[in-house]
Design a protein around this ligand. Structure first.
Ligand SMILES: C[S@@+](CC[C@H](N)C(=O)[O-])C[C@H]1O[C@@H](n2cnc3c(N)ncnc32)[C@H](O)[C@@H]1O
Length: 234
């Protein structure tokens, strides 16, 4: 089955920004956790992959980082420009295509709540690995694989495309993404020459149920630049 259209947010970009950016689990739980896990960033050069309307770029810049970003939706990039002005380098780009940045250009790549739109993570993570420096890091946040999603068919160990409908303040919006088991995420990282340094499972309001998964990945120096790993991404 094909990946969802990288510009699927075009149809509801403004609504998404207005509804999700304040007072939601993304704003109140996930984003602060991403910033905390990234650690000190003053003076760091950071790529925000799938930056949306740019809330993370704004937060990282306030903490002294130099940040550039891209997103697959031209409408989201337009909203990011509205927020951030012309200073940051913002581009329209699909996560699943080779990145338009040089080798070892960044101290960190952050990809918040977006990699689940891509079926095959290994090439995406290889590109993240390529553009970070030797001491660099990659921070991913994604839907937790245990999260119960209405309409999700299939078994835990399968990677399944979910064609969902979100309710944005009473407006239904169709949205498609992939749900995968943790072993698929871990083997993609391994095959890309990255190792899991830290992992965090976030719940919402003490529910005891995992909602988001955060992974901090560092280069696996033993794997070198051309990691192949033995585990197959499922
Ligand atoms: C849930 S939003 C998160 C935005 C931002 N990272 C944040 O934390 O606010 C997901 C973003 O992923 C983008 N996206 C979805 N599929 C993509 C793809 N294949 N390539 C690049 N961006 C994509 C969407 O346009 C949207 O802006």
């Amino acid at each position: 089955m094909a990946d969802p259209d990288p510009s699927q947010y075009n149809d509801f970009a403004q609504l998404y920004r207005d509804v999700v950016e304040v007072g939601t689990p993304c704003a109140e739980v996930e984003r602060p956790a991403v910033l905390k896990m990234l650690g000190p960033i003053d003076g760091a050069e950071i790529l925000d992959a799938a930056c949306g309307s740019g809330p993370l770029i704004a937060a990282l810049s306030r903490s002294g980082a130099r940040v550039c970003g891209f997103d697959g939706s031209p409408a989201m990039v337009e909203l990011a420009r509205e927020r951030l002005g012309n200073e940051p380098d913002l581009r329209v780009h699909d996560l699943s295509s080779p990145l338009p940045y040089g080798d070892r250009s960044f101290d960190a790549v952050v990809c918040s709540l977006a990699i689940h739109y891509v079926r095959h993570w290994t090439p995406v993570l290889r590109e993240f690995r390529r553009v970070i420096r030797a001491e660099g890091r990659v921070l991913l946040s994604t839907h937790h694989p245990f999260r119960v999603i209405d309409g999700a068919a299939g078994l835990y160990l399968e990677t399944t495309r979910i064609d969902d409908v979100w309710d944005l303040n009473g407006t239904p919006v169709p949205i498609s993404y992939w749900r995968r088991p943790f072993q698929s995420m871990a083997s993609a990282a391994q095959r890309a020459g990255l190792m899991i340094r830290r992992l965090s499972e976030l719940d919402i309001g003490g529910s005891g149920q995992p909602h988001f998964l955060l992974l901090l990945l560092h280069p696996d120096v033993e794997a070198g630049d051309a990691a192949t790993g033995s585990e197959v991404e499922t």
